[in-house]
Design a protein around this ligand. Structure first.
Ligand SMILES: [Zn+2]
Length: 319
């Protein structure tokens, strides 16, 4: 992870898949992309894949994933949670420094269908402002809905904000398994039938950290090519939300919660992929004190979630 982008590029693994092209996305009017949810124009040519990583940054696993991407010279898009970005701003900047796209995934990862329209807007906008603050510059105007749960009022807001909504085509299901082999099989199996697509991973999942190197080699061997999504311009923030993420009020130790408290799978496998480092400090981050600010404690039961998505609540239990 200490490698500079240029240096990393010079050290691509032999036979690295690389990045075949950078695809600039015009976000005017808030396009909805990813055929799991949205019919629409096909952005990708046959054999093209887009790598996306949600829910980070993660103190141990995000650097592992960055190193693998650097070895394979593959560029990706990271949909970050604002609250975590505030705790790990060094990782947010490192992701960008290595040439990846930093995009947003709300402030605290709620299901927006369970929020009021105003509450959903606050989650979206606090996420955008927090990530800009952590990054020290604008994020990409690309957004992914937590749980892929996309209420109409939030879609309308993102359209007005000229922000692209990125769904997926291929799901690694990395949250359901501790096995890298299963992650690889899930991705390659879906690609075999779809032939291309936006792939969903989570950089908080050890199974993805363990799978990624071999998966990129398999993609290369299968003739697939990596496409990097880039914006035409940075996301514009709203001053009120910038102010709210900037106001020190009460400190919480949110970002240092071990992955075992947020993962649906046991942590044993995690120990095999993690670099030997001391446990992360419990970093105090400032969160807004405003009465309607989101709070990092989604303890209440989540109802009406899509079938098969229970893990996603489990993955965030304890926040
Ligand atoms: Zn997520």
């Amino acid at each position: 992870m200490a490698l500079s982008a240029g240096h990393a590029f010079a050290q691509c693994a032999p036979g690295a898949i690389g990045t075949s092209r950078h695809l600039q996305i015009d976000t005017t009017g808030g396009p909805k992309l990813g055929h799991l949810q949205y019919p629409g124009p096909e952005l990708l040519k046959p054999g093209e894949v887009v790598l996306t990583f949600d829910d980070g940054p993660h103190r141990q696993l995000t650097p592992v994933i960055l190193d693998i991407l650097a070895q394979h010279c593959a560029k990706a898009t990271f949909f970050m949670v604002g609250q975590r970005a505030m705790g790990y701003s060094d990782l947010v900047r490192e992701v960008a420094r290595q040439g990846h796209t930093v995009a947003t995934h709300t402030w605290s990862h709620p299901n927006l269908k369970q929020k009021s329209p105003d509450g959903a807007v606050a989650e979206i906008e606090l996420g955008i402002s927090a990530i800009q603050k952590a990054l020290g510059g604008p994020a990409a105007p690309f957004f992914r809905f937590p749980y892929l749960s996309d209420p109409q009022h939030a879609i309308a807001h993102l359209k007005r904000r000229n922000t692209a909504m990125l769904s997926i085509d291929v799901d690694s299901y990395d949250f359901r398994t501790r096995s890298p082999t299963v992650v690889i099989r899930n991705v390659m199996g879906q690609l075999k039938s779809k032939g291309r697509g936006i792939i969903l991973f989570h950089d908080i999942q050890p199974s993805t950290a363990g799978a990624l190197g071999a998966l990129l080699s398999d993609l290369k061997a299968g003739g697939y090519r990596v496409v990097h999504l880039v914006p035409q311009h940075g996301q514009v923030t709203i001053a009120d939300y910038d102010q709210r993420v900037g106001v020190p009020s009460r400190s919480i130790a949110a970002a240092g919660i071990p992955v075992r408290q947020r993962s649906a799978v046991a942590p044993a496998w995690e120990q095999r992929v993690l670099p030997v480092v001391p446990p992360p400090p419990r970093i105090a981050v400032a969160i807004p004190e405003a009465q309607n600010a989101p709070r990092p404690a989604p303890e209440r039961p989540v109802r009406e979630r899509p079938a098969g998505e229970d893990w996603r609540r489990d993955a965030f239990r304890g926040w």
